[in-house]
Structure formats: structure tokens, C-alpha cells
Design a protein around this ligand. Structure first.
Ligand SMILES: C[S@@+](CC[C@H](N)C(=O)[O-])C[C@H]1O[C@@H](n2cnc3c(N)ncnc32)[C@H](O)[C@@H]1O
Length: 350
């Protein structure tokens, strides 16, 4: 029997429902186990599993809205920790690695009681040949204080470097008002529940490629379609800026077609992810666009495959979509007083 391991997780505060769904979906995809993140408070969560995560796991190359994951070793006071520290076998797991200590407050109203050197001392004593490095550490231990006395003591597995921020709209060579932020795009792709790198991800309304740039970064085969040649030109420009070899690699395709038509072969697509035209800042062409698009998507999407569709609260989309697909979940994302985005996950099982 494998022991249960306790994990400590910090999510990005932007949209916790989205962040939780992303984490739980990817966990089930990579480890074939359903877990539930349990909120400790605010952006701090925990979960249990018998699976031992390691820093090189694939899941960590994908997560967007998770900032941190660590082993939750202990909760209590500093005095208690000192008496229990030897049971965590720090030397057995981490001997030879330079270590760092970090202390932070989970709530601003509390002060940090001890200074870092004091907090590092008992950990230091656990190593046979200790070495400390705050920058080039092999392992970082955290004290997350929830009061002035008590804290969660954890060993870090993953800290999100958030490289996708380089691809935020303002840094792309071409920007359009309707384009999606890279974090939203990435998390949306993760809800597709796909890990096979041979999978083809389609955005039938790809615009300048905001979503598909993230799909390519994750290693998938990319298919972008748009009705506007201008957008497709910019799509290529954006791709070549971030991934100079992308167009010669054979991993990226683009087509100029009306998505209300049957422009792809039957059963040829593994996942659809799209921010559909809203008709506000981008042109909406054709009254029955959504219905026609969904009817044709049903043909070219493989059975059982998913669609993640982002649409605005003022659009009638979901009811039409449910004529063709099964709803798995829907997440709301507040933008401003006049717009909330819905992230609708559908499955081709009807
Ligand atoms: C909301 S924008 C997509 C933005 C995209 N996610 C991005 O990040 O750049 C919608 C796109 O749908 C395209 N479009 C509108 N009607 C279309 C149709 N019938 N078929 C294909 N594309 C269409 C527009 O040209 C526009 O680029």
C-alpha cells in the first residue's frame, strides 16, 4: 500500500474556478486519478493523493493558473516543527542539494514572527553537509504562516515561471483588440483534456493566433482557420516571431475558409478551442454562423473529443451548442460591467 501524500497548492487569484478546473483536469489526464482541490483559504489549496509528483512531470509544463505545488510536511508551531523535523528525512531526500528557505504570510494582517536565519537553523541541522543558496537551490522549503504562530511547512516541487506571459497580446508583433490573453488561451486548451502530442487542435476562428500559439508551445499540432486573409497573415507573423521554425516544421497549418461550411474531413480533428466572433469588435458574418459551425464541427471532430468555446454573455450560443454536443462544464470569467466571458466545455458524445 502506498501512503497518502499531502500537497499544498497556490493558485493564481484571477479566476479560482478556472484554475481549479485546469488543475483537476490535468491531474486526471496525467495520473488517471480524480482529485479535488480543497480550499484552505483564498488562493491556498490542498489535496491528497498516493501519487508522488516530481518536478519534471509533464503536468508542470502545462499548468497556467497554478503558481506553486509542494509537499505539505507539517502544520503547527515552530516549537512543534523542531521536534518533528527529523521524521521528514530531509537528508535522505535532499542531501547534496543547496537549499533555500522562504517565509510568507497567507494573510496581510499578520507579521512574520521569526527571521529567516532562525527559520533556516533547524533545517540546516538536518543536513550532513548543508549548503544554502537562495538563488541556485536544489530544494526550497516554505513556511506559509496563517497566523503569527502557526504555519504550513512545505517542500517545493513546482514554481510556475509563467513563460506564457511573454506571449501576452502587448508583446506580440501584431495585436488586435479581440485577441485573447495567453493565460486564458492556455488554460482553455488544458480543458480539452488532451495529452497526445500527435493530436490536432483546431481553432476555426483563429484570428491572429492568440490561442494556437499556446497549443503549439505545448507541443500539439496546430490548425488555424479564419475567414480573413489579413488575420491569417498576422497569424503567421506572430507564430514566426515566437517560434521561427513553426511553419517549416509541418506542425502548423492554416486555411482560409468560412467556418459555417464543411471545410474539413470527417473525424480529422482531436480538439477544438476557440473564442468565437462576437460581432462587436470583430465582424460576425452570417446569421446562422453558430448553428452552421456547430453542425459541421460535429462531422470533423472525432467522436468523444472536446470543444472549449469562449463566448460572451450577450450571445445565444450555449442552447444552440447543446443541440449537437454534451455540456461538460461552464466557467464564467468576468471582464467588466458589460461583459463576462463564458468558457464552455462540450463533448462530442451526442
Ligand atoms: C474573436 S476573433 C478570434 C480571436 C483569436 N482568438 C485571437 O486570439 O486572435 C474571431 C475571428 O473570427 C473570424 N471570423 C468571423 N466569421 C468567420 C467565419 N464565418 N469563418 C471563419 N472565421 C470567421 C474573424 O475574422 C476573427 O478573426
Amino acid at each position: 500500500m502506498t501512503n497518502t501524500i499531502e500537497y499544498f497548492v497556490i493558485l493564481k487569484g484571477t479566476n479560482k474556478e478556472f484554475a481549479t478546473a485546469e488543475f483537476e483536469t490535468l491531474f486526471s489526464l496525467y495520473y488517471n486519478q480524480k482529485i479535488k482541490l480543497e480550499q484552505i483559504s483564498n488562493v491556498y489549496y490542498r489535496f491528497n493523493s498516493n501519487i508522488k509528483l516530481t518536478k519534471d512531470d509533464e503536468i508542470f509544463k502545462r499548468l497556467t493558473f497554478t503558481k506553486h505545488v509542494s509537499f505539505l510536511n507539517f502544520y503547527g508551531t515552530f516549537e512543534d516543527l523542531k521536534s518533528k523535523l527529523s521524521s521528514f528525512e530531509i537528508s535522505k531526500h535532499y542531501e547534496g542539494m543547496p537549499f533555500a528557505i522562504n517565509a510568507s504570510r497567507m494573510f496581510k494582517k499578520f507579521q512574520l514572527p521569526q527571521d529567516l536565519r532562525e527559520l533556516a537553523a533547524p533545517v540546516y541541522d538536518e543536513f550532513k553537509s548543508p549548503s544554502v543558496s537562495l538563488k541556485k537551490f536544489g530544494i526550497r522549503f516554505h513556511y506559509f504562516y496563517d497566523t503569527t504562530e502557526t504555519f504550513y511547512f512545505t517542500s517545493e516541487i513546482y514554481h510556475n515561471s509563467m513563460d506564457y506571459l511573454e506571449r501576452m497580446p502587448k508583446y506580440r508583433p501584431v495585436v488586435m483588440p479581440y485577441t485573447l490573453k495567453s493565460d486564458m488561451a492556455r488554460a482553455a486548451i488544458n480543458l480539452l483534456d488532451i495529452k497526445d502530442k500527435n493530436s490536432i487542435l483546431l481553432d476555426p476562428f483563429c484570428g491572429i493566433g492568440g490561442i494556437l500559439l499556446e497549443g503549439y508551445d505545448m507541443g500539439f499540432k496546430i490548425f488555424g482557420n479564419d475567414i480573413s486573409w489579413n488575420d491569417l497573415k498576422y497569424f503567421k507573423q506572430n507564430f514566426e516571431h515566437y517560434f521561427p521554425d513553426s511553419f517549416t516544421s509541418g506542425q502548423v497549418k492554416r486555411t482560409l475558409a468560412d467556418s459555417s461550411t464543411q471545410f474539413l474531413k470527417e473525424n480529422s480533428i482531436d480538439g477544438i478551442v476557440s473564442d468565437i466572433p462576437y460581432g462587436k469588435s470583430c465582424r460576425r458574418l452570417g446569421d446562422d454562423l453558430y448553428n452552421d459551425f456547430l453542425r459541421s464541427a460535429k462531422v470533423y471532430l472525432k467522436p468523444g473529443a472536446k470543444l472549449v468555446i469562449i463566448y460572451a454573455n450577450f450571445l445565444e450560443f450555449k442552447e444552440i451548442a447543446k443541440k449537437y454536443f454534451t455540456e461538460i462544464t461552464e466557467i464564467d470569467h468576468y471582464i467588466n460591467k458589460s461583459m463576462t466571458r463564458h468558457i464552455l466545455v462540450l463533448e462530442n458524445t451526442k
